[in-house]
Design a protein around this ligand. Structure first.
Ligand SMILES: Cc1cc2nc3c(=O)[nH]c(=O)nc-3n(C[C@H](O)[C@H](O)[C@H](O)COP(=O)(O)O)c2cc1C
Length: 331
């Protein structure tokens, strides 16, 4: 598939996830076969103020391409300046606008999914961003509406397409739903039928079978996966094999999981330093280490280890066990 002029070989994307889809995790998912990866959402205000922590979220490696950088904000002027800054300085393949974040801290200020309540604001922001970065395809990630009474699909699809948006990723819950209930994939199908630009389906894809079902039921051009990829970059390896009709690889062994933990941890330490790296890794350990006998003991030790030295000791114990055990993870 193509998004604007960007060629994407595997139509299975790693979704943006705040606190999760940093550079180390994106690299691992890309190596496993993800067709495109996204940064977490980055504040347009922070970008134009050149806040160091904000700009750190945008840094990426060449091997991550094609990569989308996602920005959020509440007015056209700030968003267009931020988009231009990101494109000039970092040269991502795709610039994505977040119209999906339901968190009140963001929506109260008019950012994220607040634009679903005010389509004029959505138009203003989208026009400003598209015009400010003509050399890069602008995409949108959105929810189906603010609440069940104000669903904006399919109306919004054509509107965004006419402004010049090159693809739309839809998580078909409402903002008010947050993560409750089920993603209603029928909205993905309706959106797909209303536009000619690519539609990326998202929401409740937990298994490879779910992914195939989403392609079949909605006709979407690509599937975007968030929670099912946490602690499971192998999702993309299996997805690619399934789509390409190749032999499905065996699930990761305990040793594969242990080695992935080490690689992830090393990348994080190198990228974020000891303090932040060890803190961030706790949440990743709890995502990786589950679903096999004895997992809770290793997970507990790794997640509660007070510092780097203790974490290394717990990780070595896990590796020793993985090397000798016949245990099979239940992926
Ligand atoms: C921890 C976490 C952080 C997220 N952060 C973002 C974000 O920064 N930007 C965004 O557009 N969506 C974000 N999302 C939403 C996901 O991209 C995705 O739309 C949602 O989780 C539904 O997909 P899933 O069922 O595959 O998890 C986040 C989700 C999770 C679980």
């Amino acid at each position: 598939m193509k998004i604007g002029s960007v060629n994407i070989e595997v139509p299975v994307f790693l979704a943006p996830m705040a606190g999760i889809t940093d550079y180390p995790f994106r690299i691992l998912c890309k190596e496993m076969g993800a067709g495109a990866v996204y940064s977490e959402f980055v504040s347009a205000d922070g970008i134009i103020r050149e806040n160091t922590k904000t700009l750190d979220l945008i840094c990426f490696e060449e091997t991550e391409r094609p990569i989308g950088i996602q920005i959020f904000g509440n007015d056209g002027e700030t968003m267009s300046q931020a988009a231009k800054y990101v494109v000039d300085r970092f040269r991502p393949d795709i610039l994505d606008i977040n119209y999906g974040c339901p968190v009140p801290k963001v929506t109260k200020k008019g950012g994220g999914s607040a634009a679903l309540q005010d389509l004029c604001l959505m138009d203003d922001i989208t026009v400003a961003v598209v015009e400010s970065v003509p050399e890069v395809p602008v995409t949108v990630k959105m929810r189906a509406g603010w609440n069940h009474e104000t669903i904006v699909i399919p109306e919004v699809g054509e509107r965004l397409q006419n402004i010049g948006v090159k693809a739309i990723a839809l998580h078909p819950r409402t903002s008010k739903q947050r993560y409750t209930g089920k993603a209603d994939w029928s909205y993905i199908k309706i959106l797909k039928e209303s536009v000619s630009i690519p539609v990326i389906g998202n929401g409740d894809v937990c298994t490879i079978d779910d992914m195939m079902r989403m392609f079949d039921e909605t006709g979407c051009d690509a599937v975007m996966v968030a929670r099912a990829a946490q602690g499971n970059p192998w999702f993309f390896r299996e997805a690619k094999a399934r789509l390409e009709g190749q032999l499905i690889p065996s699930p990761p062994s305990l040793l594969d999981i242990a080695n992935m933990c080490i690689r992830h941890f090393d990348l994080l330490l190198e990228n974020r330093g000891e303090r932040t790296g060890t803190n961030l890794m706790r949440k990743h350990f709890s995502n990786y280490i589950k679903g096999f006998p004895g997992a809770s003991i290793f997970r507990q030790k790794l997640v509660t280890a007070p510092g780097l030295a203790e974490m290394r000791i717990a990780l070595n114990e896990f590796i020793d066990t993985a090397k000798t055990a016949e245990l099979k993870p239940a992926f």
